[in-house]
Design a protein. Structure first.
Ligand code: ATP
Ligand code: MG
Length: 359
């Protein structure tokens, strides 16, 4: 057994620079990959989820990669006292998944709290990470800044490690996420590496893969206030919003006073964000959209963005409305997913107990 892994190691940077090989390796052997990702049941999924992660999930599933979607209900109580309307939010996430193209027959969709063995992995994993590392995590710091709680609870501080358990319980190697999740992916990679070094299998092979982040086309879509679009910050445009609501929300989006519309993400983030959103919906470049609007100003930009979003999401929204009529089906999807996730988590926990020498 090696003892070279100190818990004070430097951050373990995932190789995010080049994912161009991904499609090729996935296409060549989809069964060699597994995807895990998820969304907190804190509200309806929004355009940031769609272009940041969800569209990639659907793409990977269609290529034939096995898909795990965790609804991390325990992570809701990291930044609030109780999980408000938990069952409703959970069912609505399933609805958003199915409406955007996730195939429930081939995906495993489950809640955190329904898979005890997954949560038990948290205990050995916590021993692999130092308190200083937990305090340094920039995403945790940001979420603490936006939290409604007076004091930071232990679950908040340790939730990147919990997320490592979410990813590693099913040995996922691909994690389609937004940019805010990159520090957490580093934690998952660090936990996997340290666990593998500390507890190798008798034949020297590793128990866990090193998961990779897969950034979407909009790794950080901004909300109507110019900050990260988030379910719980009152700045989001839900995937399932109706056309009038979408128009109203986009009309209220923050922009700037320069009538000449141009794509400059660093200098003009809000205008560029609307250009990117429009471009993604119309399969064009943001520069082309900017050129077309020219001197039309923010009002023309918002009208164009509204039409593009409503057009793109029309079939998804129609399907969502159909699926929403059958709540029992949504619960059945979760029940089946939980069964599959439990079987896999039990097997992984048994393996972990064995390499740790538990009786
Ligand atoms: P909350 O406000 O409850 O934290 P959220 O909107 O941040 O909600 P999460 O459930 O925390 O959503 O994140 C789910 C996934 O969606 C993560 O992979 C995250 O990186 C991605 N994501 C969330 N917001 C955005 C965004 N604005 N742009 C791109 N990706 C995003
Ligand atoms: Mg979040």
């Amino acid at each position: 057994m090696t003892t070279t892994t100190a818990v004070t190691d430097q951050p373990d940077l995932a190789d995010l620079s080049d994912l161009s090989d991904l499609d090729e390796s996935v296409r060549a052997d989809p069964a060699a990959h597994r995807v895990l990702t998820g969304d907190r049941p804190t509200g309806p999924l929004h355009l940031g989820h769609y272009f940041g992660s969800l569209r990639n999930r659907v793409r990977l599933q269609r290529l034939g990669v096995e898909m795990f979607l965790v609804i991390p209900d325990y992570q809701v109580i990291t930044d609030r006292d109780i999980a408000d309307r938990l069952a409703e939010h959970t069912e609505n996430l399933v609805l958003d998944y199915l409406a955007t193209g996730i195939d429930a027959d081939r995906a495993t969709i489950f809640t955190h709290s329904s898979v005890p063995a997954l949560n038990q992995l948290l205990l050995p994993f916590l021993s692999l990470v130092s308190v200083a590392e937990l305090h340094r995590n920039p995403t945790v710091k940001d979420e603490i800044a936006h939290s409604s709680q007076a004091a930071v609870n232990g679950l908040m501080l340790t939730y990147p490690v919990h997320q490592a358990a979410d990813i590693l319980f099913c040995k996922a190697d691909l994690v389609p996420v937004g940019k805010d999740q990159l520090p957490h992916l580093e934690v998952a990679r660090t936990v996997a590496r340290r666990f593998n070094e500390r507890y190798p299998r008798p034949d020297g092979t590793a128990v866990f893969p090193r998961p990779r982040a897969l950034l979407g086309a909009a790794p950080l879509l901004l909300g109507t206030d110019g900050g990260k679009m988030s379910k719980s910050r009152g700045n989001s445009i839900p995937i399932g919003a109706d056309e009038d609501t979408t128009a109203r929300l986009l009309k209220g989006a923050k922009t700037d006073a320069d009538r000449r519309i141009g794509y400059d993400p660093a200098g003009r983030p809000e205008v560029s964000n609307l250009l990117l959103l429009t471009a993604l919906c119309q399969d064009r470049t943001p520069e082309e959209v900017a050129e077309e609007i020219g001197d039309g100003g923010a009002a023309a930009l918002k009208r164009t963005a509204t039409e593009a979003v409503n057009e793109y999401f029309r079939p998804i929204r129609a399907r969502r409305a159909e699926l929403a009529a059958d709540r029992a089906h949504l619960r059945e999807v979760l029940r089946a997913g939980s069964g599959r996730a439990n079987a896999i988590a039990d097997a992984t926990l048994a393996e972990v107990r064995e390499v740790m020498g538990s009786l």
